[in-house]
Structure formats: structure tokens, C-alpha cells
Design a protein around this ligand. Sequence first.
Ligand code: PBG
Length: 332
Amino acid sequence: MKTDLNLSSRPRRNRKNAPIRSMLAETHLSHEHLVYPVFFEAGDRNQETSIKTLPGISRFSESSLLQEIENCLKLNIQSFALFPKIDDSLKNSMASEALNENGLVPRMIKKIKQTFPEAILFSDIALDPFSSDGHDGLVRGNEILNDETVQILAEMSVVHAASGVDYVSPSDMMDGRIGFIRESLEETGYKNTGIMAYSAKYCSSFYGPFREALDSAPRGGDKKTYQMDFRNIKEALTEVALDIEEGADIVMVKPGLPYLDVIQLIHQNFTTPVAAYNVSGEYAMIKFAAQAGALNEAQAIHETLTSFRRAGASAIFTYFAKQWALNQIKSL
Ligand code: PBG
């Protein structure tokens, strides 16, 4: 039997050993690409509450959140997305707590920036944690009101900008909100506050654990009249084009893993940086599979996060940020 094939090309030569593989790697993942979403609630009574469907992730009190941020900074995780759990007694149909200058979010932005000026902060702009209806916009009958909601979101953005946030991050999917928010920020003198737009945010079943963490699930109906239909990809191009035209500094695709095609298409068609949100349900999938012994957790995390970079994401919002950084130290 002839053993040599006399091949003109053997791609395996470039995979011969680790230094060669690393030299030729097309994609790199490092700490600065990761944004850590953090949950917190007012006061210091419950220092750290675990979240059943997000093993390893907690909801922090005000002081323990500062401690957690310090821990992350030491691990070179420098960017954070802030998600408040608002007390039921403060929720109403107008989501008025969203505009409270001394509310939980503005307070924490100020405290974090005072203590750790090097931290990069993204604040979520949507009404769901503040609304007794649990929707991202105001509700009238069966309708989610667009224009009325956008005006509140713009005011909310100015409140966060005044507190010192780096990027306001509208995640509500109302039409025209980026332009209106940009204009409001310019008019109030916050020209250096960025907008990270959740541009292609799909109506997804992968947000389940997040809604448990914040008790923010819609009290009635679903989010299909504003979040995108998962059968669509051209529509994502429309949404992104509008948000960029209206002034978005970063555009996001969310969820992440089932939408890598969308990330790639946007990366190829626009020059604005793209962020990916590796959402709560995706985190839970890996965590519970690892707990069941179905996969090697550290490897699955690294592979997953790297896949976002390969698809073209600059930044990755992920509940794995801190764990990934810890794993890096362990594997040295
Ligand atoms: C709120 C918001 C949601 C998430 C981020 N911002 C939930 C939703 O739209 O219902 C989900 C994040 C996650 O699941 O990790 N507008």
C-alpha cells in the first residue's frame, strides 16, 4: 500500500504545536474585550443574594457591589453594565423612579466613579425594572407607547450622564430613541457621554434568568411588538443603520450565540464597533451542562467568548467575565 499521498497542501502543518498555532491564530480574546453585567439592589441589608438560575452570579448590595468591582478591577476586568433591582414599592405605570436623580442607578454610578475612576460604566436605558407593567416602554391597553417612552428614556439618559456614566445603553427597541437621546445629551452639555445602542435586540427566550434576577418579567403579554423577530436578519441591518445615523457609538446584537450570523453581517457592513451580549440563558446553558458533567466548563467558556471575537464583536457583555479572568490566572 502506498503510504504517501504527495499532497501539495497540508493545513495540519500550521497546527503542529502550540507556539505555531498561537502565532497564526486569527482571533484574540483578552480582558479589555469583556464587559461584566452586575445586578444590585438598594441598601446594605442583603449583602449578596444568589440567583437560582444563574449559578455563581449574585445580586449585590450597594457596598458589596463596590467590593465586587474592586475585585474585578484587580483581575483586569474594567468595564461593567449596571442592572438595578428596584423595590416593588417604587414601581408604577409611569416608571417614574427611572428619573429619580438620587435613585439607585445614579447613586451607584457616582459612588463607583468616585471610588474607581478607571471603571468604564454602561447603564441600561429601558423602563422594565422600574415599571409595574414590566415592559420596556409605557403601556396603554395592549399598546407599548413609542414616542412617549422615548421622551422618558432621553430624560433618564441625561440623569445617568449627569452622574458620570460612560455609555448610556438603550435596550428598549423603541423607534427613534437614539436620535432623541443624542440630541438631549448634546443640549444638556453631555457631549462626551456615549451611546451603546442595543440595535438588534431579539425577542428571545434566553432572557429568563435575567428577569428572575431583577424581577422584571412583563406582567402581561410579551415584547414582540418592539423586540425583533428571530426569523429576521435584514431587519437587523435596518435597525443598525438607523441607530448609527442617529448617533450610536457602539451597536449591539443580543442575544449572542444564536445570532453569530447577525454579528458577522453587521461587522462586515458597518464601521461602527459591534458589541455582543452573551445573555443570561446562554450563561445558564453552559453552567448547568458543566454541573451535569457534560463539558469542561473553563474550555467551553473560552471557546464561546472567542467565537464572538471571530464573528466580529469588539466588546462582549458576559456573566463569564470575572470567571474567565480567574481561569486565565489558574491556567498560567
Ligand atoms: C432590559 C434588558 C433585558 C436584558 C438586558 N436588558 C431583558 C429584556 O429585554 O427582557 C437581558 C439580558 C440577559 O438576559 O442577560 N431591557
